[in-house]
Design a protein around this ligand. Sequence first.
Ligand SMILES: Cc1cc2nc3c(=O)[nH]c(=O)nc-3n(C[C@H](O)[C@H](O)[C@H](O)COP(=O)(O)OP(=O)(O)OC[C@H]3O[C@@H](n4cnc5c(N)ncnc54)[C@H](O)[C@@H]3O)c2cc1C
Length: 308
Amino acid sequence: SLSRFANNAGASLERAAEVTKILTDGTKAVGVRLASGDEVFASKIIATTDPKMTFLDLVGEEACNASSPTLVAQTKEWQWESASLFNVHFALSERPQYELGLTDPDVDRSLIKIMGIESVDELMTHIRTVKEGGFSLAGSATTFTDYDPMQAPIDVQPGAAVACFETLAPYENQDGDWDEISEGYVKRVREMWSEYAPNLRDATVVRHYVNHPKAIEAKLPNMKRGSIKHGAYLPTQMLSNRPNPDCSSYRTPIENLYVGGASVWPGGMVLLGGGYNVAAVVAEDLGLERWWSEPDYVVEARKKGLVG
Ligand SMILES: Cc1cc2nc3c(=O)[nH]c(=O)nc-3n(C[C@H](O)[C@H](O)[C@H](O)COP(=O)(O)OP(=O)(O)OC[C@H]3O[C@@H](n4cnc5c(N)ncnc54)[C@H](O)[C@@H]3O)c2cc1C
């Protein structure tokens, strides 16, 4: 696992340790304060939180202004995503059997099954509805246990499956409070899903787990307004503008403070690019030889001139 890899390279990890302050001395970052009150000092600090949290909450405006006349103003312009996600995970007594899969085996083999959208127009309507604050019953389903059988160990319940349905969703929902309306949506999702996989109608739902935009925000404080990429993909927040022109090289105007994570280029999703890039920059600033080799796809991209 990632943590074992880090331990083997000499790192120690503190889990569930909330950082409440990035400590500075003049124009330099020198450490962090934890919610426990403990202070940890370091020669280099990498923040993978969103820019508003990193600079406005953790560093603080006064300390930012000591290093840059533009950092605070740029950070205040940061925009969250205009839509988030709603998903429901079902632990099922049996695997969803898609009717279409009986005649087309590729349907059964596909990772993601898209339901409720049959045309580009319907897709555009779906997106528009969500952006206007409505819930639109269309999305995608994946049977996780097809790829990770450990999620439903056969010695516990043979034939059982874990599957998830996911759709775009608004943070502010016209239908009401997310906590109150989510279970109604779960029922509607199951009804629609059963039209495509009829055995779901009678399958036993052993347990289900719902995620909605406000639950995402509560669980992951960087995903403000359910922004799963820590901030919108807008021309003003991409390439050398992500998270802002002062910090897009992964260095920040505050000496020894670096940024990584979804709010830096190349952005969010499970790309790992922000972490990979900032690690190289910190190694360079520490005068260290990189002890890792580039993944094949980066080497290929470099050959094609796609990576600088
Ligand atoms: C429901 C859902 C479904 C998704 N589906 C997909 C998908 O299918 N494919 C895909 O590519 N991406 C998906 N994403 C997006 C993807 O998970 C994120 O873009 C990605 O996790 C961002 O990685 P990160 O490390 O930058 O930030 P995060 O994963 O948000 O990690 C940041 C960490 O920092 C911690 N933290 C925050 N503040 C502090 C603090 N003050 N002190 C200490 N720790 C702190 C948080 O608890 C969190 O653990 C999904 C996200 C969600 C919520």
